[in-house]
Design a protein around this ligand. Structure first.
Ligand code: F6R
Length: 369
């Protein structure tokens, strides 16, 4: 049932183009608009929403961090993302005009379920983004948008994460569409680009052999750092989480702008540092700042592993290892930038002799608080 792969995780990484395409299927109509009727929250209700709160755990929380940037940009609705386990313990401000979005692959994560219950008790509307039909979180929510990743068996989340991102983009774009914002043209353009995104993920998968070789060469290291900005920051956190849970290595993700506020003291000779570089188009200021960060850490001896868009030549002189990803709209970049980090962690785990599908101390769904 592993379909010829050694591990479910490898199979599930490979299934990502299909998972992404399936999650989009039937949700973009012939005119290039989104139809999310299945969500069953009337447009009139969505137009009244004045705050969005995303709650989730672990990898799903990283999807929520990216969703915040997309929702605020395309809808101008103030939005926050919170760890589900922290949410109800801090007396959050919620009312009838708050839309809470709970993201969960399993639909059974107790921390997320408790956040959902708390939100509904306060009168907020709850939309679940979930991969498991009929599970508890969608049943207890007002509405659900299912991700169509298919069953995810490996404990470490891969294809579920990419489809959570797709679902978040759909919600963000849909909110923008029903409310009408100044980004109408951009929203239509991004919806068109989403149709090509599965092919872009496939392109990344075809070029992963050097990433595997690199991972094997780092099997004896103790620490790997990950840096990113904007949507690249949650991607950096996700890369670090994958490495912790699979390779049992010390790994940390930082917002690259924070380097100079402390973490740069960690940089020493031969320390592997993975940098997720924003597109040189789009937010080019961020791109240039990250290139300076790469220069700085390399001058201090770091071994730089740079994930950058095809055609980005500015990074070449400072990259000890360069991983290319296809150009995408800025906010969609996590769909392609995360894939090499999944492959990297999986290969490092194998090289260290770890059980890839069943990492120690972890369970696929965490049904206790
Ligand atoms: C990491 C991982 C976990 C889950 C988290 C939430 O690879 O799988 O961090 O993402 O436990 O699980 P769900 O999405 O089922 O609520």
């Amino acid at each position: 049932e592993k379909g010829g792969y050694d591990y479910f995780m490898l199979k599930e990484i490979a299934e990502q183009p299909k998972a992404v395409a399936d999650t989009l299927l039937g949700r973009i109509d012939a005119s290039g608009s989104l139809t999310l009727d299945e969500v069953r929250i009337p447009a009139s209700v969505l137009r009244e929403v004045d705050k969005v709160v995303l709650v989730a755990c672990g990898t799903a929380y990283h999807a929520g961090m990216i969703a915040k940037l997309a929702i605020e940009h395309w809808t101008r609705i103030p939005c926050e993302t919170e760890l589900a386990s922290e949410f109800r313990y801090r007396d959050p401000i919620l009312d009838q005009r708050t839309l809470v979005i709970a993201i969960s692959q399993s639909g059974e994560t107790m921390d997320t379920l408790m956040a959902v219950r708390h939100a509904r008790e306060q009168g907020a509307k709850v939309l679940a983004i979930c991969n498991t039909n009929g599970s508890t979180i969608p049943r207890e929510s007002d509405a659900v948008l299912y991700t169509h990743a298919g069953p995810e068996v490996a404990v470490a989340s891969t294809k579920a994460f990419l489809t959570q991102l797709v679902a978040c983009y759909l919600v963000a774009l849909y909110l923008g569409q029903v409310r009408g914002t100044k980004w109408g043209d951009e929203i239509r353009a991004v919806i068109r680009e989403l149709s090509d995104i599965a092919a872009a993920v496939d392109t990344v998968l075809e070029t992963m052999e050097p990433v595997r070789a690199l991972a094997r060469s780092l099997a004896e290291k103790n620490t790997v750092l990950f840096l990113g900005r904007h949507v690249g920051y949650p991607v950096a956190l996700e890369g670090a989480l994958k490495l912790k849970e699979l390779a049992y290595m010390h790994a940390e993700g930082f917002a690259a702008g924070e380097l100079k506020h402390g973490p740069i003291a960690l940089i020493e000779k031969d320390l592997p540092v993975v940098v997720v570089v924003p597109s040189p188009r789009g937010r080019s200021v961020l791109h240039d700042k990250i290139v300076s960060n790469i220069q700085e850490i390399r001058a201090r001896g770091a071994r730089t592993i740079v994930i950058a868009e095809e055609g980005d030549e500015a990074v070449v002189p400072y990259a000890d290892h360069l991983i290319r990803i296809p150009a995408t709209p800025t906010l969609l970049q996590p769909l392609v930038a995360t894939v090499p980090l999944q492959v990297f962690a999986c290969e490092l785990a194998t090289a260290r002799g770890n059980e890839v599908d069943q990492p120690r101390n972890l369970a696929k769904s965490v049904t206790v608080e």
